[in-house]
Design a protein around this ligand. Structure first.
Ligand code: PMP
Length: 389
């Protein structure tokens, strides 16, 4: 049976983690893996989450099955955070809890395939390397257009316009709601306005990937673009992850929300989402989403979570400023948002950074700015200069 299988390359980030861990140099910098780190290099459990987990431990009296939609309290409490306290989408939403943002993207892709087999998804390049494989695995077709130019560190808006102009009505367009991975480059407000108008005029369906809300400019600010687009179009999908903004990575906490044209289509969509989840994972893991629900149910824990999010965002943006201050050539990093920036470098240069300077980033030049510790900016800038990056 398994003889015909061809060995698959290991996840590149796992190799990077291994190489970093086995590096015995006293001073090393991990800008590789995409998790938030505090000034000591740790990724702690948030205090608000710990408090919610304590409540969960004390009050949960059963672990009997929930349904394929997961914890409905979780998805309901998430709604005002993502769509706004006074959103006007009520009745048109079909939402369910998923195993992380990855599960939300995959389930959304399965739904699109069920609705219209072979639907085409337009991706800007570069994007999160998992996007195309997830959509392809569900049977969808991929078309890419340029999104940003790493040489200029700017959006290639002509490339985006051309990509959207090529798209046919009913095609899907993947958009990063904020904190673009891997570039940290987000569309300007005017660019978002043009994109929203184009999507609406050309009947393109946005699939918004919102995995870093609150880690860019703030909870409301980071949802601005998503809300603008949803105001403009009739139909959309939103894949949401709580894994970064609640620090729940391994607990796999996400949600997929489909915005349908009307209540009838939303209800039918909800039954399809449940059926697709049933044959994929039956129901999502409960613990992390239950902890998020408890945080969102309690004003004291919401305040605690928001304060912790402010600290994370403040540290990320302070690290950005430190790099920009250390080298005028890196000024663009200050204006980018989220965990990542993507420096223009070759694979050989990234290997030289780790080999000669013990500074680890991905082979494509993506750096996690939250991996920096106080005082690292100078060493990073010196190493980048030494390697001609
Ligand atoms: N979308 C983007 C853009 C991401 O960066 C990530 C995580 N790296 C995800 C989705 C998936 O997040 P999760 O870990 O919740 O599956």
């Amino acid at each position: 049976m398994f003889e015909a299988l061809v060995a698959q390359p290991p996840d590149a980030l796992l190799g990077l983690i291994k190489a970093y861990n086995s590096d015995s140099r006293a001073k090393k910098v991990d800008l590789g893996v995409g998790v938030y780190r505090d000034a000591d290099g740790n990724t702690p459990v948030l205090k608000a989450v710990k408090a919610a987990e304590t409540i969960l431990l004390e009050t949960q009296d059963s672990k009997k099955y929930l349904g394929p939609e997961g914890d409905i309290g979780f998805t309901t409490r998430l709604e005002p955070i993502v769509f706004g306290a006074r959103h006007r989408l009520a009745g048109r939403l079909a939402a369910l809890q998923t195993p992380g943002g990855t599960g939300a993207l995959r389930l959304g892709a399965e739904l699109l395939h069920a609705a219209r087999p072979g639907t085409k998804v337009h991706l800007g390049a570069p994007t999160w390397p998992n996007h195309a494989p997830i959509f392809r695995a569900a049977g969808l077709a991929i078309e890419t257009h340029p999104f940003a130019d790493l040489a200029t560190q700017a959006v290639d808006f002509d490339g985006v316009r051309a990509g959207l102009a090529r798209a046919a009505p009913g095609d899907v367009v993947l958009l990063h709601g904020c904190c673009h991975n891997p570039t940290g480059i987000d569309f300007s407000r005017t660019q978002w306005e043009e994109i929203a108008a184009t999507l609406a005029a050309r009947k393109l369906v946005p699939f918004i990937d919102l995995a870093y809300q609150g880690l860019g400019d703030g909870l409301e600010e980071d949802a601005w673009a998503t809300r603008l687009v949803l105001d403009a179009v009739d139909e959309a999908l939103v894949a949401y992850s709580c894994d970064k903004n609640f620090g729940l990575y391994r607990d796999r906490v996400g949600a997929l929300t489909v915005i349908a044209r009307d209540a009838r289509e939303a209800a039918t969509t909800a039954t399809n989402l449940a059926a697709l989840a049933r044959v994929a994972w039956s129901m999502p893991p409960d613990h992390g989403a239950a902890a998020v629900r408890i945080v969102l149910e309690r004003p004291d824990l919401v305040a605690m979570w928001r304060a912790e999010l402010d600290v994370m965002r403040g540290r990320i943006n302070a690290n950005r400023a430190a790099l920009a201050d250390a080298d005028p050539g890196l000024a663009f990093i200050r204006d980018q948002r989220g965990l990542f920036s993507n420096l223009a470098m070759t694979k050989a240069q990234s290997q030289a950074l780790s080999g000669r300077h013990a500074i680890y980033c991905t082979g494509s030049g993506r750096i996690n700015v939250a991996g920096m510790q106080p005082g690292d900016a100078g060493a990073i800038v010196a190493a980048l200069r030494a390697e001609g990056c």
